[in-house]
Write a protein that binds this ligand. Sequence first.
Ligand SMILES: C[S@@+](CC[C@H](N)C(=O)[O-])C[C@H]1O[C@@H](n2cnc3c(N)ncnc32)[C@H](O)[C@@H]1O
Length: 335
Amino acid sequence: MNEADIQVLATIRRTEVEGESSDRTTIESHAEKYWKYLEDWSDSWTRLVDTGFIAGDDSGYKLTESGRPLAEKFYAERPDYFWYYYQHYYPAAQASKAHSELCVRVYGRNLTQEGQADMDSLNDLIAYLEIRKDDRVLDLGCGAGGISEYIADETGAHVTGLDYAKSAIDVAMNRTEGKRDRLTFVEGDMNALEFPKHCFDQVISLDTIYWVADVDQALASIVRLIKPGGKFGIFITNSPLTDDGPGACEPRGTWIAQSLKRLGLDFEAHDYTENFLLFWPKMKEVVMDLYDDFVAEGNEVIFDSFMLDADGDYLPAAAAGKLRRYLYIVNVSVS
Ligand SMILES: C[S@@+](CC[C@H](N)C(=O)[O-])C[C@H]1O[C@@H](n2cnc3c(N)ncnc32)[C@H](O)[C@@H]1O
């Protein structure tokens, strides 16, 4: 099946999930979610009807028995441009001189980062989680694994990095071939973790929890993997531009904090907002400075993506006084 048909099936499933009408115009209104990775859908409608994966016409399409499992799979796997973006991003970023310079200037060191945790934040996280030699750590959404590798090198812990972008896992595995005794990487989905109960001392999620499908379910399944007495560290940026209700920006009022409370988990929140307000202006300045280098390398999409984040989300939120960054440390009970 070609990528256009996959996008159409995933989007039909999206309209179902969101309770929308299933006419072609409504389905096509979601096309922008694929950003630069949008395929040409014009031939997919007849092809998918002919192959029996969907039924109906432009006034309303529905998934057939054979189309439904595929649509559910594709929607879970690649509901929007992020999956496509990360598949492209990590191999390109790992090989990019401009990206390496960006990481040094913005984060303080090149670990092929894609999130918002600079080196001070990362070192704080290691300290709060008390990661020690031989601990077993899971890094959720590890990307190309530079952060996992840094933690393993600094602490002597055994780190497993997990990411849904296969290309990122390949990059990480190749780069760390000589460190397999304490560093490994697996392709997997944060929403469907397949590790045994209590097999990690610490789990970390650095700017990845945004992608969980059901926050309560995901947090509960992550905590289940942690040994009693272990810890879970979550870095998030909260930037609600819409009114998310009173207290949504407060450390114990964000959507993550509310979920942790619902699950009855013991946690502390550390506020990184003050330093972080400088992060996105700095990112924008450095990215613009490196524009010519990104273009010369053929990596303009990396430039575009950072600019999209800066201008479309974080800087407007900062201007509206709604940009907050927190580190949540969840203490998994010993009983
Ligand atoms: C903003 S990046 C952060 C990467 C890294 N933790 C860092 O701080 O540089 C988000 C990462 O989460 C991964 N990701 C997104 N959704 C995922 C999912 N459902 N399962 C596993 N990884 C996912 C992406 O591929 C990407 O590597």
